[in-house]
Each structure stands twice: as structure tokens, then as C-alpha cells.
Design a binder for this molecule. Sequence first.
Ligand code: 13P
Length: 258
Amino acid sequence: MARKPLMSGNWKMNLNHYEAIQLVQKLSYALSKDDVEAVDISIHPPFTDLRSVQTVLESENIPISLGAQNCHAEEKGAFTGEISPLMLEKLYVTYVICGHSERRQMFGETNAEVNAKVKAIFKANMIPIMACGETLEQREAGQMEAHIVEQVTEGLAGVKADQVASMVIAYEPIWAIGTGVTATAEDAQEVCALVRATIGELYDSSTAESVRIQYGGSVKPSSAPELMSQPDIDGALIGGASLSAEDFAGCIQYRLAQ
Ligand code: 13P
């Protein structure tokens, strides 16, 4: 079954809402009709930019999906500083990243919390992009496989097969994020295949065939074509390069170089 690629730009804590509007407009000029037909595209600005970006996407009919970088698992309540999935859904957010390694490492997010967020995102009719990935120490100690299987298994606990089939998993080796070191296409393919096989074990083969798996970690226009040619890589979660319209468009246009 053909899986439509999803190229996502995770802006992290960059760009205020004025800068965000400029970047979206530049990006829309850089993309052709063929580009937006061939792949799905999402951008994940900071929360404070979402309303402005949504207005531009809607008023200019730009075929890019709005995404968020995180959300809380509860719908409302005394959670100072947090954002509810329902608030995101009201802003026409389609995709929400959860379990990004920066949130796991800097804010102590656990697999159980990520799992609660996955369920909350589905409950609010949005699509989770659940991230997983190992540290360099885990890789060197031969623990990569067990770690990825654990993150995927615990992150998806109690999530239904049809939901998993519609969601996105991002494999982001921590040692490749923001370092300029991209995993080789073979390494990335190996782990994305492992993620798919894990889902096949937990669910069934048709769920495993449907789920979209992204690679993330220093993806650039130069590395995107080889990564995207791998059979189990269905897209990319792009940080640094998504802050430049030219570079993000270059990644989205990977097929022109294949
Ligand atoms: P970089 O592309 O900057 O390495 O970031 C990857 C990432 O963490 C995307 O979520």
C-alpha cells in the first residue's frame, strides 16, 4: 500500500509570529503545485504563532497542514502554562508532535505521559506524530533496539489499531538532532523497519503497512533524497532546515533529485 510522504517542519522555540508569517509566505512561493500534490506538508510553529499562521494558511489557501509541537493530555484544568488539545483543534491544528526527545530529556516526559498525550490528541480529532530515538550511549551499548521497542510499545499502549494505522511515528536518533550528523540512510532505514516490525507484532501487518514513519535528525536538502528512497521511511521531521524556506522546500522537493 502506498503511503503518502509527510514532510514536517518542527520550528522548536524559534520565530515570533511576525517572522512566522514571513516564513510561511516565502515557503508557499517556493513550493510548486506538484510538490504539494506529491507529499503532505506540516509546519509546527511555537504556540504563540499558531493563530497567525493558521490565518495566513487559510486566507491564502496554502495547502500546508498546521501542526503543534506538544500539548497537555488533559482537556482543561489547573495546569499553569499548559495547552489543551481542544485549544489546538479549535485552531485547525492537524498534527501534534508528542514525545520529542527534547521534551523527554529536558522536561522529563515519560513513555506513560507520551501515551496519555497520544490518546488525548486522537480524542481531539488530531493526528499524533510520536517521536522515539536512542542516545549515542544506548546505541554504543547495544541497547538501541530494546529502547526503541520499549518507547513504541509503551507509547502506544491501549491505542487502537485503526488509530495507529492513521498516525505518524518519528524516529529521531538523539545523536543526530541539531548536530549536523545525519544517520546514514541504511541506519535510519534499519530502525524505521524495526519500528514497523514492532507495530506488526503489537497489532497486525496491515496496521504496520499503513503507519507513516518519519526520520528526523539533521535532514537537509542534500540528505533528503537518499533517506526518502528507503522503503520504510515515509517522511522527515525537520528542525534547523525548516527555518529556511529555501532549505525546507529543498527537502520537500527530494524527489526531483531521485
Ligand atoms: P534538526 O533537523 O535540527 O536536527 O532537528 C531534528 C528534530 O529534532 C526535529 O524534530
